[in-house]
Design a protein around this ligand. Structure first.
Ligand SMILES: N[C@@H](CCC(=O)N[C@@H](CS)C(=O)NCC(=O)O)C(=O)O
Length: 205
């Protein structure tokens, strides 16, 4: 199987992180330099169908895109450790937090970086006003995450789940926009430290 990946891009990093949590190593990584437009070549588009990473090529030759769809595929093939839930209730709660992480934290923080980091000007028509809008939107969501993390170590369960991976990767990526969690969210700060201690981060993934 092959992962079409790209350096510091956050969405492919979700897949690399899930592979690391599950200890999967028999994957070929293909670097697609999105800053040089490698995701827009006719060859890539013919294979993948959309100009984005990640893409995951199965042994059958079929290609899956959308980072969370790829992570779900990996969960089915490599069920342990469980990242998406076991019982009906757990699955629903993890899905709820993953959606919140994606919509309320990851989307605004990723857009903040796209609108501020000079290297990303090739991908985005950058605007300081848009950057401010996304920064404010992300900060507004912190109350919700802080409240959840006051009573448990991870966002959706008593163990790491895909919701934590989605949220933390966005937060880590936002350092490229010099974004930092404020001191007013101590539980989020402690959670971020726990996430930084995970094997995926230690392995530089
Ligand atoms: N919803 C997609 C988003 C994929 C995406 O936007 N990937 C970014 C890299 S993190 C990309 O390929 N950007 C290329 C571009 O904006 O031209 C997913 O989760 O896989």
């Amino acid at each position: 199987m092959k992962l079409y990946d790209s350096g510091r891009a956050p969405n492919p990093r979700r897949v690399r992180w899930v592979l690391a949590e599950k200890g999967v190593t028999d994957i070929e990584f293909v670097d697609i330099d999105i800053l040089k437009g490698a995701h827009r070549t006719p060859e890539y588009l013919a294979l993948v169908g959309v100009p984005s990473v990640p893409a995951f090529e199965l042994k059958s030759g079929d290609v899956i895109t959308e980072s969370l769809a790829i992570c779900r595929y990996l969960e089915s093939v490599y069920p342990e450790p469980n990242l998406f839930g076991r019982t009906a209730e757990e699955i629903a709660v993890i899905e709820m937090w993953t959606r919140r992480a994606e919509l309320l934290m990851a989307n605004p923080l990723m857009m903040l970086v796209r609108h501020t980091h000079p290297a990303l000007a090739v991908l985005e028509k950058q605007s300081p006003e848009e950057a401010d809008k996304y920064r404010t939107a992300a900060e507004r969501s912190f109350k919700l995450f802080e409240r959840a993390l006051a009573s448990r170590e991870f966002l959706a369960a008593d163990r790491i789940t895909i919701a934590d991976i989605v949220a933390f990767i966005a937060l880590d990526f936002s350092r490229m926009a010099k974004f930092k969690l404020p001191e007013t969210v101590p539980h989020m700060l402690a959670w971020a430290e726990r996430m930084r201690a995970r094997p995926a981060v230690k392995a530089g993934l």
